[in-house]
Design a protein around this ligand. Structure first.
Ligand SMILES: Cc1cc2nc3c(=O)[nH]c(=O)nc-3n(C[C@H](O)[C@H](O)[C@H](O)COP(=O)(O)OP(=O)(O)OC[C@H]3O[C@@H](n4cnc5c(N)ncnc54)[C@H](O)[C@@H]3O)c2cc1C
Length: 444
């Protein structure tokens, strides 16, 4: 006979501990509210090695879309969510877009930059290969510049290549820091607990139903219920809770990296990734230097269709230069709640933007001294799953759904196409969310 569900009570129950959930949990616990975070993934404490990627991603980081056109979705499954694995790039939110939806993020962006140590990459951390790329971009007329990152430049070990496996140097900010702050404030964090659905009574959300890895069922009751399970996870929780339209409007910021191999000299081997670049707003493409480390290079090369060339490229790895092109995409995808299913049709406009990005990247790489016959392209990586509970379509400007007391706070709420690193936007709107929920709770 199945064990009886464990019943728990709190002020706020949150599904997911990525930057959205962690920021809300930290804010509310600091204000003295009782918070429980239910997180589907594990704590990943030993960072700085490739196993982190295996332990902390859904589907080992390789969810193909139903269309099977080479698009692959990356989403995290661990305490801290995607922030454990992200590259640390910071881009300002599109303030005017959010204002159109009645949300002014200005003050929260400033706060987020302070709380999450967002700093512009100083010149001494721009390594020689990247300098070569920047000079080539300038010669081609593209205004590349040093970018902002979530990091402490003083602690950054230039060329350690470990941003993407968790930054053992402690330079990169991750949401784990906010989760730990919340714990110190009294919040309860429950890893390896998968939220299935929201408990709704008389049209009002009163809790979440979840299951631990060991099969133990939980019913966690809260005055406020927040889904921060990410662009894919939140869609699925809402669908199972009687909101079938959740999961529509999926965007993923399709990203292709173009690698070229230098005729002479050493390339960007292991240099600090996404340290310089440019947002071409007119064409909807964000460009940056992409090279991270040998393992990532191998992984992305072997994900592509040309396995023989991928083997050959391992021998000329040191001559490699790589540019990432991230484009703004149309709201054309759909997350289905059965685990592992996602539809994402690339529209003609998406493909045009990608083609433009690739052409510009090839031009810069050629100018930097790469052999134009050597170009390689990664698959189309959808690293920013979101838009599935859009503001204005599914949640209101306070991120409340049609079910009273049920809120969303993660990339799912992004109201319009993005095409930029979203982390700063997520932390900013989650700071605002925590403030709003504090005032809601004070009236209960
Ligand atoms: C490799 C990589 C590099 C990236 N680089 C950058 C970058 O440089 N800059 C940038 O701005 N962004 C970057 N991103 C994107 C960024 O990490 C994400 O956009 C961000 O983490 C999304 O935050 P979130 O809170 O919406 O969701 P997530 O971070 O996805 O967190 C959601 C959490 O909810 C949990 N969850 C899901 N379903 C359930 C459930 N049913 N029950 C309980 N818990 C659940 C998941 O396990 C996860 O921990 C990168 C992403 C990847 C994968």
């Amino acid at each position: 006979m199945a064990a009886k569900p464990i019943r728990m009570e709190t002020d706020v129950v949150i599904a997911g501990s990525g930057p959205g959930g962690a920021t809300v949990a930290r804010g509310l616990s600091k204000a003295g509210k009782k918070v429980i975070i239910l997180e589907k993934g594990p704590w990943v404490k030993k960072v700085g090695n490739l196993m982190v990627f295996v332990k902390a991603t859904e589907n080992k980081g390789q969810l193909k879309t139903i269309e099977d056109d080479g698009s692959v979705v990356f989403s995290a499954k661990c305490v801290g969510g995607g922030s454990l694995l992200y590259m640390g790039a910071a881009a300002d939110p599109q303030i005017d877009v959010w204002k159109k939806h009645g949300i002014d993020l200005t003050q929260y962006v400033a706060q987020a930059k302070k709380d999450c140590r967002v700093n512009k990459v100083p010149d001494h951390l721009i390594a020689p290969g990247v300098k070569r790329l920047v000079a080539a971009a300038h010669e081609c007329g593209y205004p590349w510049q040093n970018l902002e990152r979530f990091f402490d430049p003083a602690k950054c070990k230039l060329n350690c290549q470990k941003c993407i496996t968790g930054c053992p140097a402690g330079s990169k900010w991750t949401a784990i820091e906010f989760v730990q702050e919340a714990e110190k404030n009294g919040a309860i964090v429950m890893p390896n607990v998968n939220v299935r659905n929201v408990i709704v009574e008389n049209g009002t959300a009163v809790g979440m139903r979840a299951r631990g890895k060991n099969g133990q069922e939980y019913e966690v009751y809260g005055k406020i219920v927040v889904s921060s399970a990410g662009g894919m996870g939140t869609a699925r929780i809402l669908q199972r809770s009687g909101i079938p339209e959740a999961g529509s409007w999926f965007i993923g910021d399709p990203t292709v990296s173009v690698t070229g191999f230098l005729k002479e000299g050493v390339g960007q081997v292991g240099e600090l990734g996404i340290s310089a670049g440019w947002h071409d707003e007119e064409h909807g493409v964000f460009f940056a230097n992409a090279y991270t480390n040998r393992s990532m290079f191998m992984a992305t090369q072997f994900m592509g269709p040309h396995k023989l060339r991928a083997i050959k490229n391992q021998f000329r790895f040191k001559k490699g230069m790589e540019i990432m092109c991230k484009v703004t995409d149309d709201f054309e995808g759909r997350v289905f709640y059965e685990e592992g299913k996602l539809s994402k049709r690339m529209t003609p406009r998406d493909l045009m933007r990608l083609d433009h990005g690739k052409a510009v990247a090839e031009k810069i790489l050629t100018k930097a001294g790469c052999d134009p016959t050597s170009f390689e392209y990664t698959d189309n990586i959808l690293g920013h799953p979101g838009g599935t509970a859009r503001v204005g379509k599914l949640v209101d400007s306070n991120f409340q759904t049609q079910i009273k007391n049920l809120y969303c706070c993660d990339t799912s709420v992004i109201p319009e196409e993005l095409g930029l690193p979203p982390m700063l936007t997520i932390v900013a709107f989650s700071l605002r969310m925590a403030q709003h929920l504090e005032s809601v709770l004070s009236k209960k």
